[in-house]
Write a new protein. Structure first.
Length: 443
């Protein structure tokens, strides 16, 4: 068996840690409780059987001697005084039965025969098997038959005992649930924090508590979160500083180039400088987008917001239309949302010449804002890759066609600050659908 197979969990095991702890603890406690109850019941059974046989041995000797010495006419009056829970005396030859005896019946027969001695020869028969009932036959000194009917059984269980057992099992379930809940709650907090971890920082540190191991894990997670935020902030500051500092020499080079005489070389230099300037501005914008979470969320009328955004494009002659409405305000970061939707519309207009903005309310209460176009679309294998920084579908360095490769990366970065999700998918018949799924107002 290889390591991968050894690490594969069994199909019958629950998937969550809490469920596995419930199973382990409750199964262990139930097994221990059942074993204790079984041992106690067995000890009670052995003790009761021993007491029954001991009492039977002593009582048979006395009872048979008394019945043998009193007149036959008076024996019936004494029978009620000699009757016990597990055996009684019958002044007759008894019932006919089977000579086949169980091991316990054989032991009882030998015990009675040994107690009475050779003076009273005994013969036993099985009258009933369920419940077990045997009759031991003998003859008194005056020739009258006497039958000892034995119904061996242990002491009955008290009526309240099953209720006590049920209460104990209920307490075991409750204690197991409480123990697992206390043990796994910090792990649930840790998992939720890991899912909502923001690389740009700003997340609330987890409260360090719970068991020692969990507290250490939480402390390590908080330290890791701070290190990631500091590392990313440092890299983004370097990118922003380099991009900002490059703008001044690029501007000087552009002014000097424009002062040159008209020539094909001058035009190419100006195009290269424009592309460099555009790339620098996009780099600064991308660095700033990483801090989108610093913008405070506000209550926003999404329908009016989208109307205003679409009208701005229409005022500049762009073919952009809006479809749908939600009819309810949302809590979001307006500047980040405007930049995300604006980038998606810019891409659609750039590659398709027109864009359609569609807004609908999702089944889970969230809101989906989609930007649709009829452009060339994106190859299926590259739908996720285009959201990465500086990734371009075109090898061309022309910014009018290939771009800087940061538009969708900025949109993706700001989407994270909105606690939203951006999904790209190709449309039937050609074109692209970019869907921004915003969380519900309650979330």
């Amino acid at each position: 068996m290889n390591a991968a197979a050894a690490q594969t969990p069994s199909k019958w095991l629950p998937r969550s840690i809490a469920s596995r702890l419930y199973l382990i603890l409750f199964a262990g406690l139930l097994l221990a409780h059942g074993l204790s109850f079984g041992l106690l019941f067995y000890e009670r059974y052995v003790t009761a059987t021993s007491m029954m046989l001991g009492n039977l041995e002593q009582d048979v000797i006395t009872s048979v001697a008394v019945l043998d010495r009193i007149p036959a006419a008076e024996r019936a009056e004494f029978l009620p005084h000699l009757t016990r829970r597990t055996y009684r005396y019958v002044l007759s030859s008894g019932e006919s039965g089977s000579a086949e005896l169980s091991e316990r019946a054989q032991n009882i027969t030998r015990l009675i025969g040994s107690a009475l001695g050779p003076r009273y020869p005994v013969r036993a028969e099985t009258v009933s098997r369920r419940p077990e009932r045997i009759q031991v036959h003998l003859t008194l000194g005056d020739g009258h038959p006497l039958t000892i009917e034995v119904a061996p059984s242990t002491m009955p269980i008290a009526q309240w005992l099953p209720y006590v057992l049920a209460i104990q099992l209920g307490l075991l379930l409750l204690i197991t649930w409480l123990a697992v809940r206390l043990a796994t709650r910090p792990l649930a907090w840790l998992a939720n924090a890991a899912e909502s971890l923001s690389p740009s920082g700003g997340s609330e540190p987890l409260r360090e508590g719970g068991p020692t191991e969990v507290a250490k894990a939480v402390s390590a997670f908080n330290a890791m979160q701070d290190r990631i935020a500091a590392y990313l902030s440092e890299r983004l500051q370097i990118l922003a500083a380099i991009s900002h500092d490059l703008q001044t020499p690029i501007t000087r080079m552009k002014l000097r180039t424009e002062a040159m005489d008209e020539s094909p070389l001058r035009a190419k230099l100006i195009d290269d400088l424009d592309e460099m300037q555009h790339l620098v501005r996009e780099g600064v914008a991308y660095a700033r987008s990483a801090h989108g979470a610093s913008e405070p969320p506000l209550k926003l009328d999404l329908d009016a917001f989208l109307d205003s955004l679409v009208f701005d494009y229409q005022d500049t002659g762009k073919d952009v239309v809006l479809a749908g409405c939600v009819g309810a305000p949302i809590f979001t970061r307006p500047h980040a949302l405007r930049r995300v939707i604006g980038n998606l519309i810019d891409n659609a207009v750039k590659y398709a010449g027109a864009a359609e903005v569609e807004v609908v309310r999702a089944a889970d209460g969230g809101i989906a804002v989609s930007v649709l176009d009829r452009g060339p679309g994106i190859p299926e294998l590259e739908l996720d890759a285009v959201l990465q920084p500086f990734y371009r579908l075109e090898a061309s360095r022309n910014r009018d066609s290939g771009g800087a490769g940061l538009g969708l990366a900025i949109a993706q970065q700001l989407t994270l600050s909105l606690n939203a999700k951006l999904v790209l998918e190709n449309r039937e018949g050609g074109g692209l659908r970019a869907t921004l799924s915003l969380p519900s107002a309650k979330a």
